[in-house]
Design a binder for this molecule. Structure first.
Ligand SMILES: [Zn+2]
Length: 114
């Protein structure tokens, strides 16, 4: 694996490829078992509101959702409290919103051959 031609990676339609989404979800599940994740949860700080929470209140959250091309890597996975995890879908930071729109625009333009 890992020897896909570069073009494959650049195709943004692959973001919603069910196989990729499944793979990233599995990676997230694996990460959840790691010492690294335990440390995140034990620190108990929500990435978004920076408040402290008991471990039971924290959820694993992808900064860039998998369906938007995000990956299950340590850089993209954070602890979020329940309310931040829920609110994020409605209230995205402006920067990532722009990024998302730009990505979707490119995605549409690149779909001529579909
Ligand atoms: Zn929070």
């Amino acid at each position: 694996m890992g020897d896909h031609p570069k073009k494959y990676v650049e195709l943004s339609s692959s973001h919603t490829d069910p196989a990729r989404v499944k793979r990233e979800r599995e990676k997230a599940r694996e990460l959840r078992k790691t010492r690294w994740w335990l440390d995140q949860v034990n620190r108990g700080v929500c990435h978004y509101c920076q408040k402290k929470f008991p471990a039971s209140e924290l959820t694993m959250d992808h900064i860039v959702p998998i369906a938007r091309g995000g990956t299950s890597t340590k850089g993209n996975i954070v602890c979020a409290c329940r309310s931040c995890n829920r609110d994020k879908k409605l209230e995205m930071p402006v920067d990532s919103l722009f990024e998302q729109l730009e990505r979707e625009r490119r995605e549409r333009e690149g779909k001529d051959d579909v």
